[in-house]
Ligand binder design. Structure first.
Ligand SMILES: [Zn+2]
Length: 407
């Protein structure tokens, strides 16, 4: 039976404003059948009256790790969680995410493909959760960032082996660790860890297998090399220099990133998005006693300079890393908007239509338009006026199914 959400103001994921009140979203067979002011759209449907509420597309978190427990500080301790417990915890994380209005997420790395198994269970409707896109084992240099996940390569030939292994397991994306990372002892986050030739080879081989590449990069040389190699998303992109996050700010590299954005002036055929993994905890890291911290000032400069230059952002949290729970993207968006100087509608696009375009799923989700999946987040007030309304969803629909928010 069709489902009709009525009495809504609708923001479609793209427009500057939401529609007037009184609109209906008609849902049939998991898809949006129609959106508009015509009361006939509710005919012969189960109606859920939502007078005065605002509907937006379900949110997309472009960088999470379902296998990671955010309460565990040391990466090695993650492996001590028994498999059965881990699988249960992952189901709980997925449930919490979709109940928070996150209807799609991209998982950017784990060691044993458990997140791909969860992706398939969610897709079959066995457990509630967001639609998942998964990268499996990230490619990394010997002893490099997250080498414990099994994606090390020692030679150019081994690049092909690691990529083939992910593709055979059903990975949707290929991830590469272009620089060191915070989580891995012995790596330096500002150093390039993968040779530019190898980065190009990764992009080429992934492309032959029909996969796009996400590059983890903190240090400025890694950001530049990954962008030049033709990756589709730059993760973190934190311009780390000798003075920490944001201290390696480089206007020339920002211009390079902007030139490769969709519609930019750079090489045609390359679309580049930046996924800065601004999580909700950045509110605390960035401000103390009402004043910006050094971290906050540096990262605000980095993010604002990118935005002003025309770099395209997608929202992401790196959920699963210590202290970052999987369901907190809605809170993170207000922090991201503030840090990068974005208006509410701009930041909401980074978590909906813009993200869907970056992830290659704009024909599936990311907007409230006919024929797309019925991924809908309904809120008591308009998040275009106040992003804090995202914190308490009134109703979530994921692929046409109403998600239980209580119990
Ligand atoms: Zn990550």
């Amino acid at each position: 039976m069709a489902l009709a959400l009525t009495g809504l103001s609708v923001w479609d994921g793209r427009a500057e404003r939401a529609s007037p009140r009184g609109w209906t979203i008609r849902i049939e067979s998991g898809r949006i059948a129609a959106v508009g002011p015509d009361p006939e759209l509710a005919a012969d449907a189960r109606e859920i009256p939502l007078d005065g509420c605002t509907a937006i597309p379900g949110l997309i978190d472009a960088h999470v790790h379902l296998t990671l427990d955010p309460k565990i500080i040391k990466p090695a301790d993650q492996f001590r969680v028994p498999v059965g417990e881990l699988e249960e915890a992952m189901v709980e994380r997925a449930r919490a995410m979709v109940r928070a209005g996150i209807t799609t997420a991209r998982d950017l790395g784990g060691g044993e493909w458990f997140e791909l198994a969860l992706r398939d269970r969610i897709a079959k409707g066995e457990v509630p959760g967001p639609r998942l896109l998964c990268a499996g084992q990230p490619l990394t240099s010997p002893g490099g960032h997250c080498h414990f996940w099994g994606g090390e390569f020692r030679s150019p030939d081994e690049i092909g082996l690691v990529i083939r292994r992910q593709v055979e397991r059903g990975a949707d994306w290929i991830k590469v660790m272009a620089t060191g990372g915070v989580m891995t002892a012995g790596t330096r986050i500002r150093d390039l860890q993968v040779e530019p030739d190898d980065l190009r080879r990764i992009v080429e081989l992934a492309g032959e297998a029909g996969r796009s590449v996400a590059a983890h990069c903190h240090g400025t040389p890694g950001i530049e090399a990954a962008a030049r190699a033709g990756v589709r998303t730059l993760e973190h992109c934190s311009f780390v220099g000798t003075g920490g996050f944001g201290s390696g700010f480089d206007r020339g590299v920002v211009r390079l990133l902007a030139s490769k954005a969709p519609g930019g002036s750079g090489v045609s055929g390359q679309d580049l998005w930046v996924s800065p993994t601004v999580n909700a905890n950045w509110a605390l890291r960035s401000r103390k006693d009402g004043n910006p911290t050094a971290f906050g000032m540096r990262m605000a400069r980095v993010l604002r300079a990118q935005r002003e230059a025309g770099v395209r952002f997608i929202a992401s949290t790196d959920a699963g890393i210590p202290g970052v729970a999987h369901h907190r993207l809605p809170e993170a968006l207000a922090v991201f908007a503030w840090m990068a100087g974005m208006t509410p509608v701009e930041v909401l696009r980074t978590a909906t239509s813009e993200s869907a375009a970056a992830l290659g799923i704009a024909d599936v989700t990311g907007a409230l338009e006919p024929d797309l999946a019925a991924d809908v987040l309904v809120l008591e007030a308009s998040p275009l006026d106040d992003l804090d309304t995202l914190r308490v969803p009134r109703l979530v629909v994921a692929r046409g199914e109403v998600v239980a928010l209580d119990g």
